[in-house]
Design a binder for this molecule. Structure first.
Ligand code: PMP
Length: 434
């Protein structure tokens, strides 16, 4: 675990990539800025494993940041995509495949009645926000510190100082006037929610929250708090949006909505819904969706929306997820994995917690038993994650390159893979706390 793996080829590729792309990457977190060493350039994946350009093999717990709930190179997905290749890549016209995927989703989901496919999570959320504004004829939205909803302008906003303030842009290039339409409050704080509705009566189009916040650590919320958001939005004529880009088809086929038994007004999906191809979606009641163009006045479109390759990958994925017992097994496997590690941590008196839901887990280097808000995470604790991450890579275990990111277990992870990983994590923690 102390001996660093070779990253010579990855380093060469990274040098070249820096000539082509800002920071050498096409999405910032991939640059390994928050962990040790050069980013690994991945050559291929199969089942629970990825291989990098230097030939190192890893058990993968990033799983493309969530989409690969069936692991890499799933047979049914590959066959479905291969069969579609013979028929064409894109038509920009309706296909029966879109119907098939929509039917699979809607007939197994009691929280939405109509859906629209887009090509990314960002696009899904951006469209959902526009729909909420168009539907309510209000402009302001409320989001939570510690929730990520993609990189559209309205959502690249962070909390200002004070309990309830207008947001401040969290990216250059987002006009302050846009940020003023987004109010950012802390998670798990009912007072802040009450105050926001008092301060901005009849102005709030929607409150948006990640079904289970999983982009800034795993910030588990009480069901009572989520129910409170439902009650308050309803009372004030605002829509409640669950961003289920991560939780959709992850914590259950019907995602976080079913996990709590709470019906939001709009739900956004991404990641798993495309089985590794670029797909996002948003859905709502027939009445709300009637506001989308061409039926209604809220415009939203896409050349590659409903792309046939993406649709068949989605169908092949979701049909496997719809099989009885799939999620129960995933959850049991994850629970056992986490429990074994928790026992070790308790024996050793290490200051680290593992939070988990469904097949998602997150390591927090803290003594706090509960973390429900972003400001409860000590940025200093990320130094420990860096050490763990490096020790894990050296033992052939690939975690996401940031301590704020959660890990995912796929159905391709075997008991043996998980046992190997447990041993690697134990060793890594021994190094962190030596
Ligand atoms: N919403 C949530 C909850 C997400 O986790 C993400 C991506 N991590 C997005 C939106 C944006 O999705 P994409 O990266 O596909 O644009």
């Amino acid at each position: 675990a102390h001996q660093d793996i070779s990253r010579v080829t990855s380093a060469k590729l990274f040098e070249k990539a820096k000539k082509f792309f800002p920071g050498g990457v096409n999405s910032p977190v991939r640059a390994f800025k928050s962990v040790y060493g050069t980013p690994l350039f991945i050559e291929r994946g199969d089942q629970a494993y990825v291989w990098d350009a230097d030939g190192n093999k890893f058990i993968d717990f990033c799983c493309s940041w969530g989409p690969l709930i069936l692991g890499h190179n799933n047979g049914a997905i590959r066959e479905a995509v291969a069969a579609q290749l013979d028929k064409g890549l894109s038509f920009g016209a309706p296909t029966r495949l879109e119907n098939e995927l929509a039917e699979l989703i809607l007939s197994n989901n009691s929280y939405i009645e109509k859906i629209r496919f887009v090509s990314s999570g960002t696009e899904a959320v951006m469209s959902a926000i526009r729909l909420a504004r168009g539907y309510t004829k209000r402009d302001k939205i409320v989001k939570f510190e510690g929730c990520y909803h993609g990189h559209s302008d309205s959502l690249l906003v962070k909390a200002g100082s004070g309990l309830v303030t207008f947001g401040e842009t969290s990216s250059a290039g987002v006009p302050q006037s846009f940020a003023e339409e987004t109010i950012v409050i802390a998670l798990d704080d009912k007072k802040a929610v009450e105050e926001v509705f008092l301060r901005f009566p009849n102005q709030i189009a929607a409150v948006i929250i990640e079904g289970i916040p999983a982009n800034n650590g795993l910030l588990l919320q009480d069901k009572a708090y989520m129910a409170f958001l439902r009650t308050m939005t309803e009372k004030h004529g605002s829509l409640l949006i669950f961003d289920e880009v991560i939780t959709g088809f992850r914590v259950g086929f019907q995602g976080a909505a079913h996990h709590y038994g709470i019906k939001p007004d709009i739900i956004t999906y991404g990641k798993i819904i495309g089985g590794g191809m670029p797909v996002g979606a948003y859905g709502a009641s027939k009445e709300i969706m009637a506001h989308i163009s061409p039926d209604g006045g809220v415009y939203q479109a896409g050349t590659l929306s409903g792309n046939p390759i993406a649709m068949v990958a989605g169908i092949a994925t979701l049909s496997q997820l719809a099989s009885p017992g799939f999620y129960e097994k995933q959850e049991q496997t994850t629970k056992a994995f986490v429990q074994t590690l928790k026992s070790y941590i308790a024996d050793k008196h290490y200051d680290v917690q593992i939070f988990t839901v469904g097949s998602i887990f997150w390591f927090a280097f803290t003594t706090q038993q509960r973390i429900s808000r972003a400001d409860q995470i000590d940025p200093q604790s990320m130094e420990k994650y860096k050490v763990m991450h490096r020790a894990l890579l050296n033992q052939g275990v690939y975690f996401g390159p940031s301590g704020y990111e959660v890990g995912f277990i796929s159905s391709a992870h075997t008991n043996e893979d998980l046992e190997t990983t447990i041993q690697a994590i134990k060793q890594a923690l021994d190094i962190v706390f030596q």
